[in-house]
Design a protein around this ligand. Structure first.
Ligand SMILES: *[C@@H]1O[C@H](CO)[C@@H](O)[C@H](O)[C@H]1NC(C)=O
Ligand SMILES: *[C@@H]1O[C@H](CO)[C@@H](O)[C@H](O)[C@H]1NC(C)=O
Ligand SMILES: *[C@@H]1O[C@H](CO)[C@@H](O)[C@H](O)[C@H]1NC(C)=O
Ligand SMILES: *[C@@H]1O[C@H](CO)[C@@H](O)[C@H](O)[C@H]1NC(C)=O
Ligand SMILES: *[C@@H]1O[C@H](CO)[C@@H](O)[C@H](O)[C@H]1NC(C)=O
Ligand SMILES: *[C@@H]1O[C@H](CO)[C@@H](O)[C@H](O)[C@H]1NC(C)=O
Length: 416
């Protein structure tokens, strides 16, 4: 008995200081005799109790950030009080990988909160256990804090639709676990360092910024499944190296940039490719017939370029095609299979130079275009088909409407 009491006293000294008068009172004839004249100290614990020391350490950092916030339209920060950090709106706790019995602040989801703050510096970079940081559709400004690179667990960073500016944050290269990077809809300028395409990312969304960059030769080194570079000022041609991403690249959006040059036949190596959109650029040349190897292809949009020649029948034979947009180019010919796709609405060829089809460019326009000599490097590659094209059946499979993850990158507010 005595030893048990000693144990408790040793471990609960702090609590006992407050409870001692009540224990003594149990032996008093009347409690009021020794009631203190002021209200009992039980109601005002001097230090909030934290579930874990890791939470105690991030508490002042969160409170300091809260003070920086100048607008909070949904009043979320009103819940950021007290020691129960895991219950703050937008904050989530979990057991950190380096100690399964600890509880740490593991992820933050501020998506759509509309918070306004001049910087995240001093906040996110000081949360050592953070693994996921989502802040879509807020108005955070400034540049991305360099110390992010020191966070050992961070693997998802979504700063999309904010007010960040400045150059591409180079410290992102040092974030070893990062697999999801979404910085679309900001005001980043300047070039994107080519090393970015060596990072082990699954998802890379850079669309709707002001990046300028000649697409680097190593583009195809990216292991990303979803690559969205649309609505920037990327220049240069689509590098041949893209074929190296044959077992990963699934959706590629390059639309609304300043890309030029001819399509590399190595595009035909991308056996996982489902969506490819390079519309509204300055791409030229014929379509490589290697595109007929893209068996999983569902959507191909090359409209609003300077492409010409015949639309390859092997491309129109692909069984999973849902949409093939080639309008506003200078194509001159379609075969029987492609003709069928025009009829079924899958293939769009408006405003080209195809005789006998409606809605084509004027003769003069077409003659003008072809009066310039046009050629591509490696002309023989345009006729190589690097796969066994399976003979097409007369009854192509029903073409389902599919959902593209990459196109959701054009929705400012995240729906994922
Ligand atoms: C004991 O406390 C009650 C009220 O809590 C009071 O009415 C009573 O007079 C007290 N008795 C003594 C002996 O002080
Ligand atoms: C914010 O929430 C707190 C607590 O829920 C409430 O007391 C306060 O009035 C709210 N403020 C606004 C502006 O809605
Ligand atoms: C979490 O916070 C809500 C109010 O925001 C409160 O009603 C609830 O009791 C809290 N839960 C815990 C476990 O503290
Ligand atoms: C793991 O976390 C718990 C709770 O914070 C702590 O008591 C324990 O000492 C930690 N273990 C190690 C090995 O750090
Ligand atoms: C957005 O950032 C610019 C600086 O790049 C700043 O002048 C402006 O006030 C910021 N807007 C908001 C809403 O914070
Ligand atoms: C193809 O791209 C053009 C230009 O970017 C766009 O207007 C059109 O809607 C796209 N077509 C499809 C089917 O996505």
């Amino acid at each position: 008995m005595g030893s048990i009491i000693t144990f408790h006293i040793k471990h609960l000294t702090h609590t006992l200081i407050f409870l001692l008068p009540y224990f003594l009172c149990a032996y008093c004839p009347n409690n009021s005799i020794i009631s203190p004249p002021i209200s009992p100290p039980l109601h005002i614990p001097p230090i909030p109790k934290f579930l874990d020391h890791r939470l105690r350490e991030v508490y002042p950092i969160i409170q300091a950030f809260k003070n920086l916030i100048t607008s909070d339209p949904f009043n979320v920060t009103s819940s950021w009080v007290g020691s129960d950090i895991c219950n703050y709106t937008g904050f989530y706790c979990a057991h950190p990988p380096n100690n399964q019995s600890a509880t740490a602040l593991a992820s933050i989801d501020f998506n759509g909160f509309g918070l306004v703050a001049p910087t995240l510096d001093g906040f996110i970079n000081q949360l050592p256990d953070i693994a996921i940081f989502h802040a879509n559709s807020n108005k955070f400004s400034g540049t991305i804090p360099p110390k992010l690179a020191t966070l050992p667990f961070l693997y998802e960073l979504d700063l999309s639709d904010n007010n960040f500016s400045g150059a591409f944050p180079p410290h992102i290269f040092h974030m070893n676990r990062l697999s999801f990077l979404d910085i679309r809809y900001n005001f980043f300028t300047g070039s994107v360092p080519p090393q970015l395409f060596l990072k082990n990312l699954d998802v890379l969304f850079l669309n709707n910024n002001k990046f300028t960059l000649k697409l680097p030769e190593n583009l195809g080194s990216t292991p990303a499944l979803y690559l969205t570079l649309a609505n920037n000022k990327f220049t240069g041609s689509i590098p041949r190296s893209i074929g190296k991403a044959s077992s990963t690249l699934t959706e590629v959006l390059l639309l609304n940039n300043w890309l030029s040059g001819c399509l590399p036949y190595e595009l035909g190596f991308l056996k996982e490719l489902k969506v490819f959109d390079a519309s509204n650029n300055h791409l030229t040349g014929p379509l490589p017939i290697s595109l007929g190897c893209l068996e999983k292809l569902e959507q191909l949009n090359l409209s609003r370029n300077l492409l010409y020649g015949k639309v390859p029948e092997v491309l129109c034979a692909l069984g999973n095609l849902v949409k093939l947009s080639l309008s506003n180019n200078y194509f001159t010919k379609v075969g029987t299979l492609c003709g069928k796709l025009i009829e079924s609405g899958v293939l769009e060829v408006k405003n080209n130079c195809i005789r006998d089809l409606p809605d084509q460019r004027s003769k003069v326009e077409c003659i003008m275009f072809f009066s310039d000599t046009r050629s591509c490097p490696r002309p023989s590659t345009f006729d190589i088909i690097p796969c066994n094209v399976t003979p097409t059946s007369n009854n192509p499979p029903a073409r389902p409407k599919r959902i593209s993850l990459a196109y959701t990158a054009f929705v400012r507010h995240r729906l994922l």
